[in-house]
Design a protein around this ligand. Sequence first.
Ligand SMILES: [Cu+2]
Length: 174
Amino acid sequence: MKLVSKVIITSILVFSISIIPISVNFASAQAVPEWVKNTALWYGEGIISEGEFLNMIKFLIENKVITIDSIKDPVSQPINSQIVIPNGNFDVTGAGFYSPLNLEIPVGSSVTWVNDDSVPHNIQSIDINGRVTQMFNSPPLNTGDRFEYTFDDEGVFKYYCSFHPWRIGLVTVS
Ligand SMILES: [Cu+2]
């Protein structure tokens, strides 16, 4: 009996490591026929082949003792994300772009800007014409300061630093 449960556990494990999510229908556990138990036992003892053992697994799936869940598209969960204002961001001739320059996040995610530069910056939401909007507006952020905003709507949102208006970044929410 011990060996039977060992083999059944093994077969469950074999299926668990495949990418198909499975669940074992324990309500049907009494419906496991005697020959299935024997097949598992004999496979464990090396009496029957792997092919025969797999036929038995096939039987368990076809008779819904083991059920295979359909694969669903994963729903994007909100995340906590970060945009770094890198060292040298103030320099108009430098490459100190916001990192990432276009942050892509699911709806409901929060974004934290972190000032890693040596001078203060701020974060101001702007419209397509580059005018400041009231959506999100940080105070001046000194080195090491953070500013957080949560994006509850889909869209592509632009921002800039009013001290260094050549620095423009995007947050894409979908
Ligand atoms: Cu700035």
